[in-house]
Ligand binder design. Structure first.
Ligand SMILES: Cc1cc2nc3c(=O)[nH]c(=O)nc-3n(C[C@H](O)[C@H](O)[C@H](O)COP(=O)(O)O)c2cc1C
Length: 422
């Protein structure tokens, strides 16, 4: 396909916003903020490169909406007004290159190692222990849920004041909003539990509160799972999640992005190989796990890596297994994340009507100019799914940790710097 005829480079409307192309940078926690969640020059640099790559839409890594929603050190926060000037500098850097920029808003819920994040307390829909981290959260009371509705909406308002073009609620991958959706983690008997109407109430209340503060035209999208991938537990299947998405569309969300899995699922969210990933992980965030989980992980690491390699081998567009079912029921754009590397695979996904747009994380970590390189059919550093970046998640900056790919990236950036910025 030529670039002119390719659906990947045709415009897409998300709410009031028109984007010039359909390959987006998905959220990847930057892990470059200060210890108390303020933006730094390193955060600005990370996004400036993506904007220089002409990426049509960039979504930040997950930003905590209040202190008890923080999952990792060096995570960005939007929990206080005094964080707005720092966030505004990041937005200005992206806008200077013509990019559009969404902030991903998150509360981690029970998916936190409190000692790692120095979190005061872990909350969830219900007090269901996380099997990976061993964290047993407190069930949120009704007043606490209302407090959090306000936190999300206030954080959205701060992001809008900083200049962001929209926000994304993170309701995928087992974080708090995902915990409310999933019967395994939501065992409530009040009006936030039971029916899908009830399990989507928290999300809809947050959206309504954002609309009250920012009006009907401010783009608000949501990331959710296409499958919870929780075998032997009461996780959601694709049909249930499509049902949830229809509630979200009716409530007024402007688009959905489809991912897969919770922490407890293992690695369906990323796929590839996991030796490097697990080696880094047990020395990083997992080092903060309570004993004996830490010891178990250390001893069985090679076995876990082998099993993960067999269960979740790398594959392009793996969440296309789910997105066609969302496309059948929804009128709003459906964005598919997961494994995209080649122009042909991305074009085929959109041309075949399996999704309206695609997004990528690791491909952009390896090559911040991924969008421009794909569009112009130019080579660039190519992610090999080693998941070294996942192994460092939350503990070290989101960066390519594959020595050969990283060397290629550094050489490319040095060449670019020598030529002057585009
Ligand atoms: C280093 C790293 C950090 C991530 N942080 C986030 C995050 O903050 N929010 C989120 O929704 N997903 C996060 N993800 C998941 C990605 O958004 C995406 O779903 C996943 O990487 C699969 O897409 P890919 O194959 O294009 O990388 C992260 C992934 C990586 C590798």
């Amino acid at each position: 396909m030529t670039t002119e005829s390719s659906p990947l480079f045709s415009p897409l409307n998300i709410g009031s916003l028109t984007l010039p192309g359909r390959l987006f940078k998905t959220a990847t926690a930057e892990t470059r903020a200060t210890a108390d969640g303020y933006a730094t020059q390193a955060v600005i640099d990370f996004y400036t490169l993506l904007a220089r790559g002409e990426t049509p839409l960039i979504i930040t890594g997950n930003i905590y909406v209040c202190r008890d929603g923080k999952s990792a050190p060096m995570q960005l926060g939007a929990d206080e007004d005094n964080k707005i000037p720092g966030l505004a500098k990041v937005v200005d850097a992206v806008h200077a290159h013509g990019g559009k920029f969404f902030a991903q808003l998150n509360h981690c819920g029970r998916q936190v190692i409190p000692r790692f994040a120095q979190s005061p307390v872990a909350y969830s829909a219900s007090a269901v222990k996380d099997l990976l981290t061993g964290t047993r959260p407190q069930a949120l009371s009704l007043p606490e849920i209302q407090r959090l509705v306000g936190c999300y909406a206030d954080a959205a308002k701060r992001c809008a004041r900083a200049g962001f073009d929209g926000v994304q609620l993170h309701s995928a991958n087992g974080y708090l909003l995902s915990q409310f959706l999933t019967p395994y983690t939501n065992r409530r008997s009040d009006h936030y539990g039971g029916s899908m109407e009830n399990r989507t109430r928290f999300h809809r209340e947050i959206l309504a509160a954002i609309r009250t503060r920012l009006g009907p035209d401010f783009p608000v999208i949501i990331k959710m799972n296409g499958s919870d991938w929780l075998p032997l537990r009461d996780g959601l299947k694709t049909g249930d999640l499509v049902d949830a998405a229809t509630h979200f569309e009716r409530a007024g969300f402007d688009a959905v992005e489809i991912s897969v899995g919770h922490y407890e699922s293992g690695f369906p969210m990323v796929r590839g190989t996991f030796g490097r990933c697990l080696r880094h992980m047990v020395d990083g965030s997992m080092n903060y796990l309570p004993e004996p989980r830490r010891t178990l992980l250390r001893v069985f690491r090679p076995l876990v890596a082998l099993a993960s390699n067999l269960l979740w081998p790398g594959r392009q567009g793996y969440n296309l297994d789910y997105t066609p079912q969302f496309k059948q029921k929804l009128g709003i754009p459906v964005i598919c994340v997961g494994g995209f590397r080649s122009r042909a695979a991305m074009e085929a996904a959109i041309a075949q009507g399996k999704c309206d747009a695609v997004s990528a994380g690791r491909a952009f970590i390896a090559d911040p100019f991924f969008y421009r390189h794909i569009r112009d059919n130019q080579p660039g550093p190519h992610c090999v799914d080693c998941n070294g970046c996942v192994g460092h998640l939350g503990a070290q900056p989101a960066e390519c940790y594959h020595p050969a790919v990283k060397a290629e990236k550094d050489a490319m950036l040095a060449r670019e710097a020598a030529l002057g910025t585009r």
